[in-house]
Design a protein around this ligand. Sequence first.
Ligand SMILES: Cc1cc2nc3c(=O)[nH]c(=O)nc-3n(C[C@H](O)[C@H](O)[C@H](O)COP(=O)(O)OP(=O)(O)OC[C@H]3O[C@@H](n4cnc5c(N)ncnc54)[C@H](O)[C@@H]3O)c2cc1C
Length: 305
Amino acid sequence: MSILDRMIIGVMPLVPKPVVGFFSRRYIAGETVDAALEKSRRLTEGHCMVTLDVLGEDIRRREQAVAARDAYLELLTAIAKSGIDGNVSLKPTMFGLDFDADFACEQIRPVVARAHELGTFVRIDMEDATTTDRTLEVYRRIRAEFTNCGVVLQACLRRTIDDAVRLAGMQANVRLCKGIYIEPYAIAWHDRAIIRRNFLYILEILLRGGSYVGIATHDELLVSESMNCVHRLGLAPEQYEFQMLLGVAERLRAVTVDSGHRMRVYVPFGREWHAYSTRRLRENPSMAGTIARDILGLSADRRRR
Ligand SMILES: Cc1cc2nc3c(=O)[nH]c(=O)nc-3n(C[C@H](O)[C@H](O)[C@H](O)COP(=O)(O)OP(=O)(O)OC[C@H]3O[C@@H](n4cnc5c(N)ncnc54)[C@H](O)[C@@H]3O)c2cc1C
């Protein structure tokens, strides 16, 4: 962790909520479904698809998981009414994964079933490595019934090559990312160059196996190498998509879209934005420096503007 990262984490609790709100506006679409749909509409005008995420995975009681389910059911209806080219992403712990996998399945299944009725899709996000087995188990159970759902693999984890082989074997729809959580060295690569190479190796396993892959990265080298990979494999643009987070690497996003690739933007929203923002920074403090550099106009993406 750099000195700047440490300083930012240190002062975070002292920063007034409106100030955090001012800076997070770029990364979070607002508090309401309407705000998220409005932001999504503007993104779709820029030829991007979207995936909407309701913030608030830190739950303590089962009723909160039931409320999350209901919020997603309403969100799916609202997306369908809006006519926006969008689907949803959800965090399994917000649906009760920490209580037990059966309970989480019971909450996630109706969301996937409703999405199926509406002709849309549900992405089950991947959280820290203590949840990987249970998340994949929930995914496999729901996928046995519905094909309109997908899961996420993290290139930083040493286990991911085996998971990718298994998921490619069932032509699963997979989002591939580096992984945001800081994991112990025993189970995860820490070196940036190794994670990049692993990402590309896993991408090829998935694409060769016939999986539809959401290539989720803002890393210019990975975007470029992934473009080379889909070209080498002779894939049509309908066989994969790039994915980026709202407010991040917008210049790279634009050139990717202009090059004819499909792009989906992850649009988080909800009343829990403050808890979400601070928890994410605690989970991965180096993100604090990245965001600060971005806001101050010091990131590589901005320096070249
Ligand atoms: C659509 C999408 C969905 C994701 N879903 C998951 C998931 O389910 N589970 C999971 O563990 N991880 C998820 N991630 C996060 C991912 O694992 C990485 O932590 C994150 O994308 C940073 O890695 P990178 O490949 O963009 O490369 P990096 O080298 O980390 O980032 C490249 C550049 O992008 C910018 N940047 C990257 N991330 C951010 C950010 N959050 N805020 C501001 N600037 C940023 C910085 O300028 C940075 O220099 C997701 C990422 C995306 C894009």
